[in-house]
Design a protein around this ligand. Structure first.
Ligand code: KG4
Ligand code: ZN
Length: 337
């Protein structure tokens, strides 16, 4: 490690994953993630429990990231952290730690926008997308179509006006009696089901925006009616129900994605965020891309869900441009880019 080497410790603590990563000269060396299981029995993330778990997990996770990287903390050039968007208490744990650690080491801090970092997860490994490209960022908290012009120049051209698609997966899964987070379980059952078995409405919003709150209500009323006739309706039809719900959500995602690709005359498309792990979405998008002749970019699974590797990657580009934060920076529950 010479004096010109850039080594960054990055911290992610916006929701229910505590993560730390070390990046050296643009290469992510590791990505340590502690997932919080404390929320499972509550059917969703409990903010106060999340902040407490971050407090417990943060130092062990950072310690592991530093020791397994082979560099010492004195060799770090900067400390990066997620400033927002996310849960206020959870963000606060990461931001406070980053500030004090950087102060002790006398190095700068770099704030990162979590949603921008999800897009930049595509630059951790090869092949990397060429600019401009469209990124569909789909997570438990967000659903965005992002026009990516350069590493740090991005524009949200469409987004959900209510629930995120991940929330739609999780809430409909809950109606089916599946534990939280239900998205991966819907994915699993859908593989054995018929996506055309049941019809749920496809909500169409103006422009490139989305709305996912309607499907939850549609599924609720549909199940209520069916369960009156047959109390075992869900058990008997679980794979078909999951496949039909998943197919409706994927259709809604892809309608607007196609419109955006056309509107901005793009040839490359990427997906990011927890829901991009969905196998039905991956398959549908790869078939669509083949038909349209688009280049498709899908990150490795560990970089789809919340992770500090993507925070480190975003921080690296900011470091190169000299974009550091002041010590009085505060977290933001809502944050635009
Ligand atoms: O990006 P992420 O890890 O955290 C947030 O920032 O929200 O995304 C979590 C979301 C959850 O809603 C979860 O159910 C969903 O991603 N998810 C999936 C799958 N894996 C994770 N949804 C559908 N199919 C999957 N395979
Ligand atoms: Zn996320």
């Amino acid at each position: 490690m010479g004096t010109n080497d850039i080594s960054i410790l990055a911290i992610e603590s916006s929701c229910d994953e505590t993560s730390a990563s070390i990046l050296v000269n643009g290469k992510v060396l590791n990505n340590i993630v502690a997932t919080q299981s404390v929320h499972e029995k509550y059917g969703g993330v409990v903010p106060e429990l999340a902040s407490r778990a971050h407090q417990e997990n943060l130092i062990p996770v950072i310690h592991e990231a530093i020791t397994s990287s082979g560099i010492s903390k004195e060799q770090l050039s900067a400390v990066a952290f997620t400033r927002g968007p996310g849960l206020m208490g959870s963000l606060l744990v990461g931001v406070s730690f980053a500030k004090s650690f950087a102060k002790a080491l006398d190095i700068p801090i770099i704030e990162v926008n979590h949603m921008q970092a999800h897009v930049l997860a595509h630059f951790i490994d090869d092949p990397k997308p060429e600019f401009p490209f469209l990124c569909l960022t789909v997570s438990g908290g967000h659903t965005q179509l992002v026009l990516v012009k350069s590493h740090l120049e991005m524009e949200v051209v469409g987004e959900t006006q209510d629930d995120a698609v991940g929330e739609a997966f999780d809430k409909t899964a809950k109606l089916l009696g599946l534990p939280y987070p239900g998205g991966p379980l819907i994915d699993r059952y859908a593989k054995e089901g018929n996506p055309k078995a049941f019809n749920f409405p496809v909500t169409r919003m103006p422009g490139l925006n989305y709305s996912f709150s309607g499907i939850k209500t549609a599924v609720l009323y549909f199940l209520r009616d069916q369960l009156q006739e047959d109390p075992q309706f869900i058990e008997k039809n679980l794979p078909d129900l999951c496949a039909s719900i998943q197919a409706t959500l994927i259709e809604m995602l892809l309608i607007k994605l196609k419109e955006a690709m056309k509107q901005y005359q793009l040839k490359s498309v990427a997906i990011a965020g927890g829901v991009s792990a969905n196998s039905g979405l991956r398959l549908a998008l790869s078939e669509l891309s083949r038909r349209k002749g688009w280049n498709l970019f899908v990150p490795k699974f560990e970089y789809c869900t919340d992770n500090a590797g993507m925070i480190a990657m975003a921080a690296y580009y900011k470091y190169l441009k000299g974009e550091f934060s002041s010590m009085d920076v505060t977290p933001l529950a809502k944050m635009k880019f």
